[in-house]
Design a protein around this ligand. Structure first.
Ligand code: SF4
Length: 289
């Protein structure tokens, strides 16, 4: 952080909002500009730090090393600029993902952060060929701090097992990092995140994608598909096919496992087979070890 300050001369302004994801992304752009040898970002509209008043910045604590880690990745900036073509080692990627989780935990960019127990980021193989993206953590995920550990996760594990894959071979995460729910008595009932909440959370997911760099993604359900493809997606019509995200990365769209759990029990077998067929496009069936 100090080196960056020396390099670009805007360190104290930058350090104010590193706790938030937009600040991390802004910081990435800022650092990249400095690394390219040109002037760092002018603190104009596009800078995440443009609203940080300098006097207050000096009074705030310096933040984590996440920026230093994240800026070394090969990424595409929010403005579509080519990024520094550096690939982190697996160990550094894991470290960066941990820092990202801590930063996500502190995020309050939408109302969900204040109500949930903790943020739930992804987990799995950091050099996975496939990243599976669900909607948001559920009740169990919120308590345990891990993705897909509830009933939907168990169904996903069953499907992976049927196809000859294990969870450890993939990277599994969610589009929205905090649990959205409504209380019914003492029960916390899942509530679909609003579009604005999913959009607010998108940069965190993008940070994970930029760090893990999966060649392809699987979007489970409409929220993940919309966030990844940047448009409304009619999942029942567009499922079982590859689509391109704005950067050209292939995204396979299919149902979220919770849709199967909620579905008509009489059609459950048929729905299960159709889902396996969809998943099998991204995760070709292989013999179990
Ligand atoms: S859901 Fe996403 S944007 Fe909203 S507070 Fe949590 S991490 Fe931040």
């Amino acid at each position: 952080m100090r080196q960056i300050g020396k390099a670009c001369g805007h360190f104290f302004i930058c350090s104010t909002r590193v706790r938030s994801g937009s600040a991390i992304r802004g910081f990435v752009r800022h650092r990249m500009a400095a690394q390219r040898g040109g002037p760092a970002l002018s603190h104009g509209r596009t800078s995440a730090f443009s609203t940080c008043p300098r006097p207050r910045a000096r009074s705030l604590p310096m933040k984590s090393t996440v920026s230093d880690l994240v800026v070394q990745r090969s990424a595409t900036t929010a403005r579509g600029e080519a990024a520094v073509p550096t690939r982190l080692s697996v160990a550094r990627t894991r470290e960066a993902l941990l820092e990202l989780k801590k930063a996500t935990d502190r995020c309050r960019e939408c109302p969900l952060g204040a109500r949930a127990t903790q943020a739930v980021c992804g987990e799995g193989r950091v050099r996975s060929a496939i990243m599976v993206v669900g909607e948001q953590p559920g009740d169990k995920e919120d308590v345990q701090g891990r993705p897909f550990v509830g009933p939907a996760g168990k169904l996903l594990d069953r499907a992976l097992d049927e196809l000859g894959w294990t969870r450890e071979e993939l990277y599994v995460t969610n589009a929205v990092k905090h649990f959205k729910y409504e209380l019914r008595g003492k029960r916390r009932m899942h509530k679909t995140p609003a579009q604005r909440e999913a959009e607010a959370c998108h940069h965190w997911l993008q940070d994970e994608i930029d760090l893990v760099r999966p060649p392809a993604l699987v979007a489970l359900g409409a929220t993940a598909a919309r966030v990844l493809l940047g448009r409304q997606v009619a999942v029942t019509k567009e499922r079982g096919r590859w689509h391109g995200d704005p950067s050209g990365r292939p995204v396979l769209v299919t149902l979220h496992p919770s849709a199967l759990l909620r579905g008509d029990p009489r059609q459950r077998d048929e729905a299960w087979q159709a889902w396996l067929k969809d998943l099998g496009i991204a995760l070709p069936r292989k013999a179990k070890d």
